[in-house]
Design a protein around this ligand. Structure first.
Ligand code: NAD
Length: 467
């Protein structure tokens, strides 16, 4: 069955590349209808999968998709138009342009943590760029994955967009096919497997991976504002966000004050007592028992090595609940400071001098996002220049992702390639160089063989010529 889908898509991709802007816009309209007409059904499926609060589903899954589609529809004409380039003096007369052509047959593998957003997001870019797509959504969000499969099947033929449901064995089977492009969102560990499989067919890849996103708060920061932003970015989706602040670095002179603010704000958001927080309807659950136990294990390991809770710490495995938790004195060799946490646990470290933070970050894999709360231009410049990360967000949290003009993606172990807006469109396109020679091209014959001293002298003077 997989082979049949792949072969049909391969044939249809050739058809699709001939289609006009209007046809692509119709496909985007259909995707928009699927999302906008089924908002309630998607919110219900997300609630069934991991008790995601409706407000968070609307804000972090539905709204960004509608925005992404509308942005693509508004700009597609411009994106599809060949971009004229300059031509060096020695080639004057030739007409040059870059034409974004569809890659062809694409594979899209998505994770469970934002199951709708991270499937439809790249799908919008792939469709805008004129590709066919095979989608393998996560097996852990069965309600959302089957709803997406059903709705897409109603509107698109398998030869254009096909959803294949299944676990990692299904991904493994799919990865054997020579896709023109593979867009993978998930863990760094599986990202390596995907890239190795892609190498066998020389398929190009986009890897949107995870990792630890450090967050710095210095003594010039607006602490109230920083606390609001950090807590929101950390605890939406119960911390299961690839760009969630993973751990905090707070300057020692403001450390106690900042912790007091964090605690007061958590009380005000989720409830003053452990019971109130557990019954809060505004706090999601962990995706499954395996991940709840993993988080419990990380906490136990840290506590056994002198770490201490500042806030929260309760875990109920049966309910897949991990309380919003602040923890301090975590040894850097413990799992909490080594692995991506991917849950509602925020370790807090202190620092004296910004160079300590720079050193700490540069000793570890490059983060997906680095957050910094500061009003010191000197500190901001130091972090911007001396560290590398997919993105640097200053004085705000995950919201930078909502700007479609910015590329979204990692670097090194946090990924390669980018998504969103034109960056996503480009990722699913090949920028083909188009060179159309004019009559002046006939002069090039002057340096074709058979060679002689005159031709060599001509070449020597051409090399001296400044472009
Ligand atoms: P995951 O890597 O376990 O799974 C992602 C997808 O890969 C799923 O569809 C899964 O079925 C498939 N898969 C799993 N094992 C596979 C294998 N051996 N071979 C081929 N395919 C396989 O990730 P997850 O647990 O679903 O998601 C959480 C991770 O994703 C976190 O690390 C998070 O940071 C990362 N993430 C990154 C982004 C981003 O945009 N950079 C966004 C969301 C999540």
């Amino acid at each position: 069955m997989l082979e049949q889908i792949f072969m049909h898509q391969k044939a249809f991709a050739l058809q699709l590349r001939k289609e006009s802007l209007e046809v692509r816009l119709e496909h985007l309209d259909t995707l928009e209808q699927i999302i906008s007409q089924n908002q309630q059904a998607f919110c219900e499926a997300l609630a069934k999968d991991f008790s995601k609060p409706e407000a968070e589903s609307l804000l972090t899954e539905i709204y960004p998709l509608i925005h992404e589609i509308q942005f693509a529809k508004k700009n597609l004409k411009k994106w599809m138009k060949p971009q004229k380039t300059s031509t060096p003096l020695l080639m004057k007369g030739a007409k040059c342009a870059i034409q974004q052509e569809p890659r062809g047959v694409c594979l899209l593998i998505s994770p469970w943590n934002y199951p709708l957003l991270l499937t439809f997001g790249p799908l919008i870019s792939a469709v805008a760029a004129g590709n066919t797509v095979v989608i393998k959504p996560s097996e852990f969000t069965s309600h959302v994955s089957s709803l997406m499969a059903k709705l897409l099947k109603e509107k698109f033929k398998d030869e254009h967009i096909a959803v294949v449901l299944g676990g990692h064995e299904t991904s493994t089977e799919l990865l054997k096919f020579p896709f023109d492009h593979i867009f993978f969102t998930g863990s760094t560990h599986v990202g390596r497997i995907v890239m190795a499989a892609a190498a066998k067919n020389l398929s190009s890849v986009t890897l949107e991976l995870g990792g630890k996103s450090p967050t710095i708060v210095d003594n010039t920061a607006d602490l109230e504002l920083a606390a609001d932003k950090i807590l929101w970015g950390k605890f939406i989706n119960a911390g299961q966000t690839c760009v969630a602040p993973d751990y905090l670095f707070v300057q020692n002179t403001v450390h106690h004050r900042f912790i007091k603010i964090l605690k007061a704000k958590l009380d005000a958001t989720y409830g003053k007592s452990a019971e109130e927080r557990k019954s809060s309807k505004d706090f999601a659950r962990i995706i499954n028992t395996h991940h709840t136990k993993r988080l419990k294990g990380l906490l136990e390991e840290a506590l056994a090595h002198n770490a201490g809770f500042i806030y929260g710490g309760e875990v109920d495995v049966a309910d897949r609940y991990v309380a919003p938790t602040l923890i301090e004195n975590v040894d850097v060799h413990m799992g909490l400071m080594k692995e991506e946490i991917f849950g509602p646990i925020l370790p807090i470290q202190t620092f004296k001098d910004m160079s300590e933070v720079v050193h700490f970050i540069n000793e570890r894999p490059k983060p997906l996002t680095l957050y910094m709360y500061s009003h010191s231009d000197m500190h901001i410049e130091q972090i911007a220049k001396e560290t590398s990360s997919g993105a640097l967000s200053i004085n705000d949290s995950v919201i930078y992702m909502a700007n479609p003009y910015l590329p979204f993606g990692g670097v090194g172990e946090s990924g390669m390639g980018a998504s969103h807006g034109y960056h996503g469109f480009k990722e699913f396109s090949h920028g083909k160089a188009i060179f159309k020679q004019s009559w002046t091209g006939k002069f090039l014959k002057m340096v074709y063989p058979p060679y002689n001293q005159k031709k060599i002298d001509l070449l020597k003077s051409a090399i001296r010529f400044k472009v």
